[in-house]
Design a protein around this ligand. Structure first.
Ligand code: MN
Length: 579
């Protein structure tokens, strides 16, 4: 295939994408060419491929890139989003991407390919590790953005997949990707992901909710129109001009969580629909709160000032529930536009802002974000790993290096193990299970057989080959990294050692020296199928001291031999020891 820009380009989609980018970024000729080249390259690469839904595969790449553009990320990210499945799903190599588009875009594409290998299979204990792993392996937060945009579109087309796949992807979204989006402050996306996953995870409840809530929604919308008018007039009277007043329907997924707490009683949920007032300044937020409380009495305990005390992910807003018109409890949310943008788009919003500062090319008019040194979510990320080197340089801080001394490795089934950097397949084997370590004979990393001392990298898929008869080797201790593996190997060696050398017992007998004594003794021992290694007799007067070395199999067997020998009348004393 060629990357040449030809007439086959889907011009509607292309115009839509360019339009989305131009909303926040003036494209020069070179930049326009880059997007066009990525667009055409991806379209050509995926030509003939269809999604399970029947639509051309390229639609998925396009939708992912469109979302990236709507989040106002940079052009390299948009181009990488167009190309994100090319390496994984076509025969085009990463090298080729590098040659055509340069290191940065190739790096982003590679990052998405790598984290797409991580699969969650319902092991609750792995959730935190997986989230960390996704961040660590991404190395650059832009990779996470692409993955989230990719996941969003995949969820929108999930109904085309087989039920078991639907369930797995919905669960993974719910447990991993939506919390990750939330953690990055992208609560709008997190809510959307949860909502899309919800019917696949709780089909019955979802159906019930949609049927029962629908009417309530309409009823509430009518009611809220009235409330909107009243508060609008009040604010106008007091010379506050809100940027806008929205009514917001609660998402099904979060509504479900909520009504579970109220025994499925919808009437108990006050914020089925909330009123959201967006104003210019923080002062106005508090002023608006005052006017609302002047009109309607607040419900005690329902005033939440997330401006003074933001949520850990950086969410800022004032919430209050009041006894409103017709005595109905109603929730209001008050915030500035800046807070609103950050609440909706989180790290992406901030990313855009930092870009705008760096590049003249980004439209200054959109820099609505305050010049705060850091956002709370960065603080949060810092606390999360408390290793975050570059406080000053924000772009640098987007490079995810706070896990740099850990690597994340995956079993062929997608289970994740995080290990210290420098770990080998042996460390991995012992992390999976002691028995796997003890019987390890070889390893396949990313489908290639490797030496056991190979240093593993984050994202490696590691398969350990075992053999029942295999024992750990002392030499492993020299190159492995984890103390756990070293300890296990030493234990095993110690435990196995006696079996490696032959274990012998020495039986000492004092007996009257009679003819056939030695023969009698050796017959008895032979009956127990025990090997005699050596017999040594030392006559002394009419007594003899006899030493017999036999194979020691176990204590019981040896003691049985002793009991039998004691039946020989001439034996006066008998004992044994291990040698
Ligand atoms: Mn994809």
């Amino acid at each position: 295939m060629t990357a040449k820009i030809d007439g086959k380009i889907n011009s509607n989609q292309f115009q839509e994408l360019i339009g989305a980018i131009k909303k926040y970024c003036q494209l020069n000729e070179t930049e326009l060419e880059l997007i066009k080249k990525a667009f055409t390259f991806s379209q050509e690469a995926h030509r003939g491929q269809k999604r399970k839904s029947g639509e051309p595969y390229f639609n998925h790449a396009f939708q992912t890139a469109l979302k990236i553009s709507q989040w106002q990320l940079d052009l390299a990210t948009a181009a990488a989003a167009l190309l994100h499945d090319v390496v994984e799903d076509t025969d085009i190599s990463l090298e080729r991407i590098k040659k055509e588009f340069g290191d940065e875009i190739a790096f982003l594409v590679d990052g998405v390919t790598k984290i797409s290998r991580i699969k969650y299979r319902g092991n609750q204990a792995q959730i935190e590790t997986l989230k960390k792993m996704i961040l660590a392996m991404s190395e650059d937060i832009r990779v996470v953005f692409i993955k989230l945009a990719d996941r969003l579109h995949n969820l929108k087309t999930l109904n085309a997949l087989a039920p078991n796949k639907q369930k797995r992807i919905a669960l993974e979204t719910n447990e991993i990707y939506s919390p990750l989006a939330y953690r990055l402050g992208m609560s709008n996306l997190a809510g959307e992901l949860d909502d899309l996953a919800f019917p696949y995870l709780h089909p019955t409840e979802s159906k019930w909710l949609k049927e029962n809530v629908k009417e309530k929604f309409q009823e509430r919308e009518r009611y809220l129109e009235n409330v909107k008018k009243i508060i609008g007039t009040e604010l106008e009277k007091n010379k506050i001009k809100p940027i806008r007043i929205d009514t917001r329907a609660k998402r099904y997924a979060s509504l479900y969580k909520k009504i579970l707490r109220y025994d499925m009683d919808l009437s108990q949920v006050y914020d089925l629909v909330a009123v959201r007032i967006i104003v210019q300044t923080v002062e106005e937020c508090y002023a608006v709160l005052g006017f609302i409380h002047k009109l309607w009495p607040p419900l005690p305990g329902r005033i939440k000032d997330y401006i003074a005390l933001p949520k850990p992910n950086g969410y800022r807003s004032i919430h209050t529930t009041v006894i409103c018109e017709e005595n109905k409890p109603t929730e209001f949310q008050i915030r500035t536009l800046e807070m609103h943008e950050e609440n909706e788009n989180g790290i992406a919003a901030y990313w855009f802002y930092s870009q705008a500062k760096q590049s003249k090319n980004y439209l200054k008019a959109k820099t609505i974000f305050a010049d705060r040194k850091e956002l709370n979510w960065i603080e949060q990320l810092k606390n999360w790993q408390n290793k975050f080197d570059s406080q000053d340089d924000f772009l640098q801080s987007l490079k995810i290096d706070f896990f740099k001394d850990r690597i994340f490795t995956i079993t062929p089934k997608g289970e994740v193990f995080d290990l210290p950097a420098g770990s080998t397949p042996i460390d991995f084997a012992y992390a999976v299970h002691t028995e796997i370590g003890n019987h390890c004979v070889g390893a396949r990393v990313n489908d290639k057989i490797v030496n056991l001392d190979q240093i593993l990298q984050s994202g490696d898929i590691v398969e350990i080959l075992t053999q029942k008869t295999r024992r750990p080797s002392e030499s492993w201790i020299r190159f492995i990294k984890t103390d756990r593996a070293k300890k296990k190997i030493r234990n095993k060696l110690r435990q196995d050692d006696p079996f490696k050398r032959e274990r012998l017992a020495e039986i000492k007998i004092l007996a009257e020296d009679k003819i056939n004594l030695i023969k009698n003794i050796s017959d008895i021992i032979a009956q127990t199928k025990t090997n005699i290694k050596e017999i040594h007799s030392n006559p002394n007067g009419h007594f003899a001291q006899i030493k017999i070395k036999i194979n020691f199999d176990n204590k019981e067997k040896t003691e049985k031999i002793l009991i039998k020998l004691k039946n020989i009348k001439v034996i006066k004393e008998i004992s044994y020891r291990l040698i």
